[in-house]
Design a protein around this ligand. Sequence first.
Ligand code: ADP
Ligand code: MG
Length: 167
Amino acid sequence: HVKRSAVMRVETHSAQDTQALAASLAPVLPAGTWIRLEGDLGAGKTTFTQGLGKALGIARAIKSPTYTIVKEYDLEGQAAPRLIHIDAYRLEEGGADTVDLASYRQQGDLVLVEWAQFIETELPTAYLDLALSYGQEVDDRVLTIQWVGGQEPEWLSQWSKEVSDHA
Ligand code: ADP
Ligand code: MG
């Protein structure tokens, strides 16, 4: 049985809101963190990644790597050497071994994965799980966030406290 932390729930009302929430994670995320992004097509997984990437100083436009599967962005002056954005959707039929996930783990990259169920066995034992679902209005989203696979790290408890204080 896999240990899961308490769930933090946040509502956003626009893509900008979701990006701002993602941006607020940028200064606290340690190198080597993996984020599993769950949610239907159009839920906002890539939008979240864009907000985080921009806050980490990535100038290039971040687009979903649906065809390339992986995109790597250098992070100048940040804790982690790179942001790795994975869209595993096309690995449904197999091929997880074509992506060198072990090297991302070894180098302490910050890794965000969309459609992680297709590379399930390659995930680290502990990661941040972030699920997005649709809300009532067109631009409403509900984000549920929890730490999976061990004790919730202190930076996450701190961040979730800050987010709920500002809600
Ligand atoms: P996914 O990667 O999950 O398929 P995308 O991030 O590519 O989804 O697309 C999300 C779409 O929904 C974008 O067009 C974005 O502008 C829009 N959107 C509207 N409201 C929100 C919101 N609250 N959070 C995130 N995206 C939103
Ligand atoms: Mg996407």
